[in-house]
Ligand binder design. Sequence first.
Ligand code: AG3
Length: 282
Amino acid sequence: MSGEWFTETLYTDYRQSLRISKVLHRERTVYQDLMIFENPCFGRVLALDGIVQTTEGDEFAYHEMLVHVPILAHGNAKRVAIIGGGDGGALEEVLKHDVERVAMVELDPAVVELSRRYLPSICGDAFDDPRAEVIFADGAAFMREADETFDVIVVDSTDPVGPSVALFEQEFYADCRARLGEAGVLVTQSGVTFMQEDEARDTYRRMKPLFADAWLYLTQVPTYGAGFMTLGWGSLSAAPRKTPLAEIERRFRAAAIETRYYTPEIHVAAFGLPGYIRALMG
Ligand code: AG3
């Protein structure tokens, strides 16, 4: 942060800055530096350890693709786990579906508390939904020790620096696989590929030996900068990713969800990858 600008320090040779019109909150939690500020273009912004996690203006481009793609590809998801996701944006999207239980496992209680206070436009009243259980725990340990099964597991993590490193390891993906029901799907955030090639490559290569179907898919989030973000995809069956457009359209209509980024067309198209990303997959 310098003067009235917030400058992200994620990369050594490329930076993005957002004007700070007002700082709403700043604290060093037990786990990380947390800041919530306002920007004229994106509205309220949540940053953790100096990295933009989500903004009121563009959170839809991330949370809708992270959640609706696996749930609608699965077709009958009743039990969902979210690892991370303390701002509640992913949780809110999951709860738009006809699910029975959502377990959200977040490391840092301060992220949930401050998101409820300052980011209600992102989390809505998701945290009060009786189908949701918020568990404050280490996501990797939770998956190692859990004994329930999930239809969809969504990993809504920070970048693999600091507390979330374990969420990018093959052991963690294997523990997730063990917790997935038939045709279950695991999705993870795997970085902005142009800048974070290793993240996408490692995610794919670590998932590939574990899952019947491993892939990456795309979204584009303005405040993550530098082009497409990929989301990692691992499934116990090839069927979910290959669900035809007409069937995705039918499920989307039946779910009666309003979206701003997600459409059945973009769902299917998101699995088509540019050459520079395809090349990372070998
Ligand atoms: N988690 C993904 C943040 C990625 C930002 N990093 C980056 N630009 N490479 C966001 C959590 C929101 N629920």
